[in-house]
Write a protein that binds this ligand. Structure first.
Ligand code: GAL
Length: 302
């Protein structure tokens, strides 16, 4: 894994390990904390220890192709989990339709505010997902920009998805233009940084802000009104699908749930894509709470 910092990755790990163990597998988990060399070394180490398959959340979607090449030399196959590994003979991709997530974020904001000044906060530019979110967001925003209804005040990437980076970008944008209508933040972490910058100017709750991941703190902000929406990704479905697929690959069986194909630049990769869900105040109960992802008590603290 790249990191266990964002809350979601801890859920991913737990759901995956639980399912794989139920299936009779043993799972080793390591996180490289955003360091590509460490991630490559960890994978090599696991191969030396004799693992049957690697499930990788790459830090850098291009550099991680080394992991796949190395693994294949040793007859170990690789699943890219959540984030694509580019330009290699990857075996399987398990994720969401990430461009669609970007569209959902922008669609939500544009529906509430079809005119105004927008800021875009992308994620880590080395994460293929961040590029897809941005692509989806721009697909929705472009016609509004072209007709002069929406003006983009800033369009920045937050290195390594850091909330502090997002905060800095919004602070800078606010020195240029105080009248901001919406911030397209690509995940909840960057949304939290953006909202902190808004708070400094007493603008929190007055600017629309998107997010993604349904982190507990983000769900609380959605209810409180400082964040407009989040995208809830049913991680249990994804983690369990990945665990089942891993075992099928080890046994040389067909991965029955890989119904989609996504190109990684070199090859069409068999893919499992799970549907993401837009969450705001109106459907928090029937999505995040109903699934038991967070409890009503945790979210509705006030
Ligand atoms: C993305 C992932 C998001 C978010 C982000 C930061 O690749 O799809 O859910 O967690 O990384 O880790």
């Amino acid at each position: 894994m790249e990191t266990l910092k964002e809350e979601r990755w801890q859920h991913d790990r737990d759901f995956f390990v639980r399912k794989a163990e139920m299936l009779g597998c043993e799972v080793l988990v390591q996180a490289c904390n955003g360091n590509d060399e460490v991630q490559i070394a960890q994978a090599e180490n696991m191969i030396t220890q004799g693992v049957d398959i690697l499930v990788v959340v790459p830090h850098n979607g291009k550099i991680a192709s080394t992991i796949v090449d190395n693994a294949h030399k040793h007859g170990v196959r690789v699943i890219a989990y959540d984030r694509m590994i580019r330009d290699c003979n990857l075996d399987l991709y398990v994720s969401f339709d990430n461009e669609r997530i970007g569209e959902m974020q922008a669609e939500y904001l544009v529906k509430k505010a079809p005119r105004g000044n927008y800021i875009l906060i992308g994620g880590s530019p080395t994460d293929n997902n961040a590029l897809l979110y941005h692509k989806g967001q721009m697909k929705i925003l472009q016609p509004y920009i072209d007709s002069g209804f929406i003006k983009i005040i800033a369009d920045q990437w937050a290195a390594d998805w850091q909330p502090m980076e997002a905060m800095k970008h919004v602070e800078n944008a606010l020195t240029k233009e105080k009248n901001i209508t919406a911030i397209v933040a690509s995940n909840d972490g960057t949304a939290s940084g953006a909202i902190q910058a808004l708070q400094e100017q007493k603008l929190d709750g007055k600017v629309l802000v998107s997010g993604q991941d349904a982190e507990l703190s983000a769900c609380q902000r959605v209810i409180e009104g400082t964040q407009s929406m989040t995208v809830y990704k049913p991680l249990q479905l994804m983690a369990e699908a990945a665990a089942i697929a891993a075992l099928q690959i080890i046994r040389n069986e067909v991965v029955s749930s890989a119904l989609k194909i996504v190109s990684n630049g070199k090859k069409d990769i068999p893919s499992i894509l799970i549907d993401p869900i837009v969450v705001d105040k109106t459907n928090m109960m029937e999505t995040v709470v109903k699934d038991g992802y967070h409890s009503e008590k945790e979210i509705y603290i006030k």
